[in-house]
Write a protein that binds this ligand. Sequence first.
Ligand code: HEM
Length: 160
Amino acid sequence: VIFRKSFAGMNLYTVLLFLHSCCRWLVLGGLIYAIYRGLRGGPVFTKTDDRARHITATLAHVQLCIGYILYFNSPLVTYFRAHFHEANFEALFFGLIHISLMTISVVLISVGSSLAKRQEADKAKFLTMTTFYFLALLIIFIAIPWPFSPLAHRPLLRTF
Ligand code: HEM
């Protein structure tokens, strides 16, 4: 059982943390590329633009799922939920601030993506996608625990 639960020092928590750390770069890359396509602004909303819109929204949802599973497997969050009256700021950040801001951003991406898809005019598609994705990118940038963030610090890539 010990072997199954912890193979070469890896357990569900560390695997999720690693995936969540990597996937952040995919989400950021997708958003920046989609916003770049949006700012170029066509004039025709091509298949490539639509792919950028769709793949970015998918990546954001994958990261959201990993995040929620991580949330219920993180010792830090478990500590926060048991002691939230006396928790330190780092526990509060991951237990409440990070999850709230990130959930809001992924909702913005979802709404922006489906509204853009349903617009008639290509110009409106670009404008909708760019606006929602830019807002989401801003919030995500603030809520990522960058090594230089004033809120919480984590590595640029999790290597343990
Ligand atoms: C676009 C969305 C998100 C991005 C870009 C993002 C990014 C990150 C990054 C870079 C870390 C640090 C990873 C590390 O320690 O190596 C992290 C940690 C974490 N994230 Fe997210 N995250 C997102 C959404 C979420 C959501 C929605 C949740 C919860 C529902 C969540 C829960 C957590 C937890 C629990 C931790 C780690 C706490 C610990 O150290 O145990 N994340 N996130």
